[in-house]
Design a protein around this ligand. Sequence first.
Ligand code: PLP
Length: 374
Amino acid sequence: MGAHIYADNAATTKLDTVAFETMTPWLLEEYGNASQLYAFARKPKKALVEARATIAECIGALPDEIYFTSGGTESDNWVIKSSAFSDPDKRAMVTTAFEHHAVLHSCAAIERLGYPVVYMWPTAEGYITPDILESYITDSTRLISVMFANNEIGSIQPIRELSETAHAHGALFHTDAVQAVGHVKINAHELGIDFLSASAHKFNGPKGIGFLYIRKGVDLKPYADGGAQESAHRAGTENIASIVGMAAALKGNCDTLETSQKHLVNLEKLLLARLDDAAIAYKHNGGKYRLPGLLSLSFPGKDGEAILHRMDLMGICISTGSACNSKDTEISHVLKAIKLDEKYAMGTIRISLGKYNTEDDVERIVQGLKKILL
Ligand code: PLP
């Protein structure tokens, strides 16, 4: 067996060395609490200001629109739960049937408290169009949440148009952009969105840290109550090391975005061409507008989980769907939402290539698939 190949970058990514090196002084030397008044707190306080500004610049936002959280899950919970209780006259929420469980389970929690949620069904390619959204909005819709890019099939949603549609009906718009931030160009102001969730470990930053973008002027009550950190909106002593690591990773990815995208598109093309050369039958899910490097492939009549395990024995990490439900042999909620025929759905794998993958990795992935599928 050759070197291990990691092709599950939608589940998590390798920490960039530069991000790691940026983090260590804040763990070992400059460990002061940024909220304190003495001189030892000044450096961490400044680091927070700088990291916030870097992140804001990377996503076309203002520094005071960025709120640090523990990751995508917390950001999604915050928006969905806090906004539910904000307006007694506008209680309804609209989301999609193929969101990540961080959104779906937050929605289920507010539904249990009597706040109605409706779930939009995407097209067979995995898109929510403005027309679909129009057909679900009512006068009592308070919040609409549509993910930027789907974590299983990679389809990228028309966020600007969806946000305009939401605003035309007086609703706020949130996007879970956990899979997109650091991988595709995002300008929050140009998109006109109200909230955006992001997570550092998906863009080569550390785990357990992320942020929520809240458009200036939009009122969102705190989710975690306690101290006055994050403009009294997210209590808890700031995780300076992870925050600076996240900012370094995001800047690194944004500075090299086009090069990485080209590299990933080339790897994708190579992989698909090799499968075609081998006359392996597959369906490529997710339509035309997709995250570079994320391939959801369905092999009719095959077993996706068995493919995953056999690839694992060859030292290759792939997924059968989202990492969060990879223990589950059931068809994932995403594949159900796009109404993928069962014959294809059961044989679906997700190969998510990252910037560190090489052509050699792709050749070995294809060799592995050939051994299993031919
Ligand atoms: N949203 C999406 C689309 C994701 O893919 C994930 C992680 O898989 C999350 C939210 C959760 O993010 P985190 O792991 O930072 O809590």
